[in-house]
Design a protein around this ligand. Structure first.
Ligand SMILES: [Zn+2]
Ligand SMILES: [Zn+2]
Length: 156
C-alpha cells in the first residue's frame, strides 16, 4: 500500500495528493456539516497544508461561514464545485481538513473520533468502542503523540 493518498473532484479537473497519512480524522455530526454535505456527517482528514500537493487544476477558495463563527475557507473545483478541503479560522492556513470522500481510497481514512454527537442523526449508529464526544474535545487528550508533534511543528 502506497504512503500517498490521491484524490480529486468529480469532473477530475482538480487532482491532489496527501503525501502522508493524516494527523487525525474527524467524523463531525454537527448541523453545519450536515448542511454542507447534504448528508448526516462530514468526514475530514486533518493534515498539514504542506503535505497536500496539487497535481492538477487550480481550485477556488470560497469564504464560507462556520459553526465557530470564525469562518472557513472551502477549496473547491472551479468547474464542478466539489469541496476538496477546508481551512478553519482556528487552525489557520497550515492545517487542512481534507474531505475524505474525495480520496480515491476513502476506506483508508476511517474516523479517529466522532464529534458533535449531540446532533447526530439518530439512525446513525456508531460502532461499539468508537471514540465519541458530544461537542468538541481537547487534542492533547485524544491525539497520538506523533500527531501532536506534527501539529506543533506547523503551528510554531
Ligand atoms: Zn471538478
Ligand atoms: Zn461539523
Amino acid at each position: 500500500m502506497s504512503e500517498y493518498f490521491d484524490g480529486g473532484c468529480t469532473c477530475r479537473a482538480v487532482r491532489y495528493r496527501m503525501t502522508s497519512k493524516p494527523m487525525f480524522v474527524h467524523c463531525c455530526h454537527c448541523r453545519w456539516c450536515q448542511r454542507e454535505t447534504g448528508a448526516s456527517f462530514a468526514l475530514n482528514a486533518l493534515i498539514e497544508a504542506n503535505r497536500v500537493e496539487l497535481l492538477r487544476g487550480q481550485p477556488d477558495v470560497i469564504d464560507t461561514p462556520s459553526n465557530s463563527g470564525k469562518g472557513q475557507k472551502v477549496t473547491r473545483c472551479p468547474a464542478c464545485r466539489i469541496a476538496l478541503w477546508s481551512n478553519y479560522g482556528g487552525a489557520g492556513d497550515v492545517i487542512r481538513f481534507v474531505r475524505v470522500g474525495t480520496l480515491d481510497e476513502p476506506d483508508r481514512c476511517p474516523p479517529d473520533i466522532h464529534i458533535f454527537t449531540s446532533s447526530k442523526q439518530p439512525w446513525v449508529v456508531l460502532p461499539p468502542g468508537a471514540r465519541a464526544v458530544t461537542e468538541y474535545y481537547g487534542s492533547k487528550r485524544e491525539w497520538p503523540a506523533e500527531s501532536l508533534a506534527r501539529r506543533a511543528a506547523v503551528l510554531g
